[in-house]
Write a protein that binds this ligand. Structure first.
Ligand code: PLP
Length: 365
């Protein structure tokens, strides 16, 4: 089925939008993922009609048939991206084309139809334009966009669904961490893995998160903030956190991050950090890094910093790592110098406070 690129969005404004005073109250301390805007974008897909019925409408609960195939076989993918208020008062999205392409990659892996990039961008941009007033003014505030798609065919047979619903919702978010990112402690998952070769590790699908939750629970039970996963084959190579990629900083100023071999989610923040670091002449290697090496390098002082990165929290320093055998500290145990600098440089581009040499900011009209 050929996708009609020229689908037009119908806009049905909410009859009961949140009043400006109430919105202002909700934006004082929005936290993450709890405050939602008035509208949502929606596009339907069916095998016979292709993409159709594009609309922006009042945000409301869905009516889902109990036999909708997503509820049974988990054909679901999503994206996470942010719209920022710029220093000059404008609004911009950060690298939305990269999210559009990754959404297509995820769809392909999950045997779902690929939403044309143009429709993805239009759905997100239209929604942000309508919900601009929901971007918090405060430092670190943004509008978090959550595009997602799920199998909606009413059928219990195991096969790719013939119908899908693509949607975008928006959530006002504050700074993920107030007053800069504190260092987190990480638990090395022993019994659980996140992704195996040939599996869905590189797709942004809800199922990957479902499978990571028990390991995350184990991390909390062991007094840690987050879990880090090792590879599923040798249980030796560091892969990533439940929802963030990981970087290591050495005493010679070089950086290492695990390579994208199919079991790691190709983070856009990861790619942006690689680009920023290389543009400054830093040496960055995408190569496997073993947990034994991590422990040894932290002890010898060769490893001076480590951090995790992703859209929600941007860059998060890793202060210590815990395993059943014990805990080791990285550097001072607090945010490292290069970690802090890379975080500030990326945030400055996203806020329009620094030049955008890589053309990452997509301004809205
Ligand atoms: C989304 C995600 C990331 C980070 O990707 P960004 O594009 O940087 O937000 C990392 N790991 C996993 C498992 C993810 O789902």
């Amino acid at each position: 089925m050929e996708a009609p690129q020229a689908l037009t969005f119908r806009f049905d404004p909410s009859a009961t939008p949140v009043a400006a005073s109430e919105r202002a109250a909700r934006l004082v301390d929005p936290g993450f993922g709890r405050v939602f805007t008035d509208h949502m974008a929606l596009i339907r897909y069916s095998d016979d009609k292709g993409w159709h019925d594009a609309q922006i409408t009042a945000r409301a609960p869905l009516s889902v048939d109990p036999a909708a195939s997503v509820l049974h076989y988990a054909q679901e993918i999503f994206e996470g991206m942010k719209a920022y208020r710029l220093a000059d008062g404008g609004t911009a999205l950060f690298r939305p084309e990269a999210n559009a392409r990754r959404f297509q990659d995820s769809a392909r892996r999950m045997a779902m139809p690929e939403l044309p990039e143009k429709l993805f961008l239009e759905s997100v941009e239209r929604l942000v334009e309508i919900e601009r007033d929901w971007i918090p003014e405060q430092d670190g505030g943004a509008l978090y966009l959550r595009p997602f798609m799920f199998a909606s065919e009413v059928f219990l047979g195991v096969k790719p669904s013939a119908e899908y619903l693509y949607m975008v919702i928006a959530s006002s978010v504050g700074a993920y961490f107030k007053g800069g990112a504190p260092a987190v402690s990480i638990w090395v998952s022993q019994g659980y893995t996140r992704a195996a070769p040939g599996g869905t590790g590189a797709a942004k699908c809800g199922g990957n998160y479902a499978a990571s939750l028990l390991a995350q629970k184990e991390a909390i039970a062991n007094g840690c903030d987050q879990v880090v996963f090792l590879d599923a084959v040798e249980r030796r190579w560091v892969e990533e956190l439940g929802g963030m990629n990981v970087f290591f900083v050495f005493d010679d100023g070089s950086l290492v991050t695990p390579p994208l071999t199919g079991t790691i989610l190709p983070g856009i923040t990861r790619d942006s950090i690689l680009t920023i670091a290389r543009a400054q002449g830093l040496t960055v290697r995408e190569e496997p890094y073993a947990i034994d090496q991590w422990r040894a390098d932290a002890a010898s002082g060769r490893l001076v910093e480590a951090f995790a990165c992703g859209t929600a929290a941007v860059v998060t320093p890793i202060g210590s790592v815990a395993e059943p055998a014990g805990r080791f500290t990285i550097g001072s145990g607090g945010p490292g110098q290069l970690t802090t600098r890379l975080r500030e440089q990326l945030v400055a581009i996203q806020r329009g406070q620094a030049p955008d040499p890589h053309g990452w900011m997509r301004r809205l009209g």
